[in-house]
Each structure stands twice: as structure tokens, then as C-alpha cells.
Design a protein around this ligand. Structure first.
Ligand code: CTP
Ligand code: MG
Length: 237
């Protein structure tokens, strides 16, 4: 069954407080968007990639021709969910309702090839509706009231932080997103849309850092992480 990547890159990145859209900020000389595109294009299980751009995007045309020629573009909307829906409609046009849409935020440029492969193999092998990469919650969790007083420590043993990629069938994802929109329900990821219509997505544990770059400090953290992984290996390694 065909698998198509969809990369929502139509936001601006208000919280990053940069003068350019955050997907075009560079990490070690390569934009966040280029990194996400390259990771998906490098996976032989992925048949095609759609990049969803803002209507007023000016950065995409600067990407190398050799990369742009391997991509389809779509125009995003006011919310992430609308941008994702636009990208998935392009996949529907190319590959039909039964194809898998693998949605991955441009803002998560650290995705490793082994986590990507793991998600694809585990979701393809299971008989569930689809799934997402996620990390078990590490910190102790507190629920506090509006005054900041702790009410209770929440059991975190079955709690996960949702990441992307998230992989669902095109037809099921589009109809779940449409129903959530019609009912006025805000969904912040694809899995929430599927959950809203009663499906039970599967979590696939992420093994490598794959955090979303939201604030300036995240850019510094990702830069440091990449520097540490690019260190030359020594004989004792
Ligand atoms: N996104 C999108 N269309 C939107 C909003 C967001 O395609 N209308 C994309 C972003 O480009 C990003 C991903 O969704 O790759 C995750 O969203 P987020 O990290 O929140 O990015 P922004 O919305 O751009 O940032 P902010 O919320 O700080 O403005
Ligand atoms: Mg946002």
C-alpha cells in the first residue's frame, strides 16, 4: 500500500520570534524544512511527499531544483489541521483513500531514520487505524488549581507525549478532520481527530530526540544536539 509523506509548513512560528518563518531557520546550515523533507525522501518506503506552504510563502523557491522536483506542494490554511487536510487531499488525488498519509511537522527536524522506519513497520504490521511516534512522559506530573496549589500527583505510567510523524489512511483521516471541523472541535494532531471519531491509534515509542522547535531556546538545544552527534568517532567508540 502506498505511503505518502505530508509536511505541514504553512505556519509562521510566532513563538520563535524570528523575522522569517521558523521552517526556514537553519540548523547547521540546513533549514528545518529541508531536514524534514530529506528524512522523508531518504526512506524508500515513502512513495511521494507533499509540502504544505503558506499562501504567501517565499522560501520554498530557494530550495534546490533537484529536491523541489521530487515534491508536490499544497496551500495551507489558518490552522495546522486545515493545512494538514489540504496536504492529505493532494495525496488523495495522487494515491486514493486507501493510501497511508504520514504527517510530519516541518518543525521537528531531528526525526531519525530508525524512528521513522519503526513507525512505518509497526503501523503497517498492525490491524489498527494507524499510529504515531510518541515518548513516555519522564517527569513527575502535578495537577494544580488556578491559584497554583497542587491538587494531586498524576500517575504517568500510561502517559505519552505525542510527536509526529503520525500515520493514518487518507480517507479515514480526511473524514475525521472534516467531522471535527464541522462539530467545532479543535484537534491539535491527527490522532486526536481519529480518536474523536472513536478510533484507537497506536503509540510507537520514539528512541531518538524528536522535539518540536517552538521557542528560540529549542533552536539552541537542537544545534547543540546535532553538534554532539556529528562528533568524529574515536577508536574507543
Ligand atoms: N502549520 C501549518 N499551518 C498552520 C499552522 C502551523 O502548516 N496554519 C505547521 C507549522 O509550519 C509547523 C507545524 O504545523 O511545521 C507545527 O506547528 P507549530 O510548531 O505550532 O508551528 P507554528 O504554528 O508555525 O508556530 P506558532 O504556533 O509558534 O506560531
Ligand atoms: Mg502553531
Amino acid at each position: 500500500m502506498a505511503i505518502w509523506g505530508v509536511i505541514p509548513a504553512a505556519g509562521f512560528g510566532e513563538r520563535m520570534q524570528s523575522s522569517i518563518p521558523k521552517q526556514y531557520l537553519e540548523l547547521h546550515g540546513q533549514s528545518l524544512l529541508m531536514r524534514s523533507i530529506n528524512t522523508l525522501l531518504a526512506n524508500p518506503a515513502i512513495d511521494g511527499v507533499v509540502v504544505v506552504l503558506a499562501e504567501n510563502d517565499t522560501g520554498f523557491s530557494d530550495l534546490p531544483d533537484s529536491i523541489r522536483s521530487r515534491l508536490i506542494t499544497a496551500t495551507g490554511g489558518d490552522s495546522r489541521a486545515e493545512s494538514v487536510a489540504a496536504g492529505v487531499r493532494s495525496v488523495q488525488h495522487e494515491a486514493g483513500d486507501d493510501a497511508w498519509a504520514l504527517v510530519h511537522d516541518a518543525a521537528r527536524p531531528l526525526l531519525s531514520s530508525r524512528d521513522l522506519l519503526n513507525l512505518i513497520s509497526q503501523v503497517s504490521a498492525s490491524d489498527c487505524c494507524g499510529g504515531l511516534l510518541a515518548a513516555p512522559v519522564q517527569d513527575t506530573l502535578k495537577r494544580a488549581d488556578h491559584t497554583g496549589t497542587v491538587e494531586v500527583t498524576v500517575d504517568r505510567s500510561d502517559l505519552w507525549q505525542a510527536q509526529t510523524p503520525q500515520m493514518f489512511r487518507v480517507g479515514a483521516l480526511l473524514s475525521a478532520l472534516a467531522r471535527a471541523k464541522r462539530d467545532g472541535v479543535t484537534v491539535t494532531d491527527e490522532a486526536s481527530a481519529l480518536e474523536y471519531v472513536g478510533e484507537k491509534p497506536r503509540v510507537v515509542p520514539a528512541m531518538d530526540p524528536n522535539f518540536k522547535l517552538t521557542r528560540p531556546s529549542d533552536l539552541a538545544l537542537a544545534t547543540a544536539w546535532l553538534a554532539s552527534t556529528n562528533k568524529p568517532t574515536t577508536s574507543s567508540d
